[in-house]
Design a protein. Sequence first.
Lengths: 153, 192
Amino acid sequence: MTRRWILAAISAALLGLGVLVFLHPDRMISPGPLSKSHSELATDCFACHLPLRGASQDKCIACHALADIGLRTTKGLPLPLTSPAPKVAFHQQLTSHNCMACHTGHQGATRILGKRQSFSHELLDPAVQGQCQACHAPPSTEMSPRIARNATA
Amino acid sequence: MKFGLLFREVLPFFLALAALAIAALLIDALLHFVDAVWVGRYIGIPGVLLIIGSFGYSLRKHKLIAGGNPAGLLRLHERMAWAGSLLVLVHAGIHFNAILAWLAAAAMLVNVGSGLTGKFLLKRAWRRLGETGAELKRQGLSGPALEERMHWDTLTFNAVKQWRVIHFPIALAFAVLAAMHIIAVFLFWGWK
């Protein structure tokens, strides 16, 4: 009799937990909170993941149109300029389109993802490779104008 | 007498638990030292396989399998479950958000604690039963008289055996929580 009650109590608790997994997957199974811009997808795992195949770059591109990355928001509005010189939109010219190589949706998840492919400038179109100042602030030394001239030469 | 009980019963129990925690911390420190924390992500797999393998004793005990010496299977159950729990504990160290994974790890530790409790309780009960029986036989008792005198010790032993009534649901809870965690990982993780 006691055993039956213990089993019933444990089964009820496990059932409750199972329900919580479906209601709050962000707290129950997510490896970390999503970035602020993706926070509205917190409980919609399949917005980014394919069943049994993980996060999918096709799902990324479905919202972040490749032609718009770095130029327009996902709603098609132009991105506000953050500096006088507009940054180079380089995603369109990448030789490899593997979003997860550089980006992770879950904050802090890099601890379990291991060593990721670091950004390689070799992936950039050669025409963009020389425009260092398009992405990097120039150092304030006397040599920097010469370096910039050499890079664009 | 009190010190005897402490060294013979209580200390080994806590040492077995402490050894698990210390070994997990050492492996975790080693993985950090060699910059291989990511290994913890995979180390849960052999851990789970070891724990599944340890269920051979439970299957034998419930007569679901016929082969194998129960005493040998019990020793294997203890060792495989301890080693598997160690690997899963190291694996659990890399999870930092998912409640389900933490619950599965907590249930596993309760299970290990329950298993060690049962191990020492049963060992103690067996020894007490044997010692009492031998002493009564030395005093010349036999047959119904011996059974009558042994009645309360036998009841004590049976009561200890009832511990399994608790251990099984704890193991079941752990198995279900671990299965839920593993299914979630398979469902959302990209195995590439």
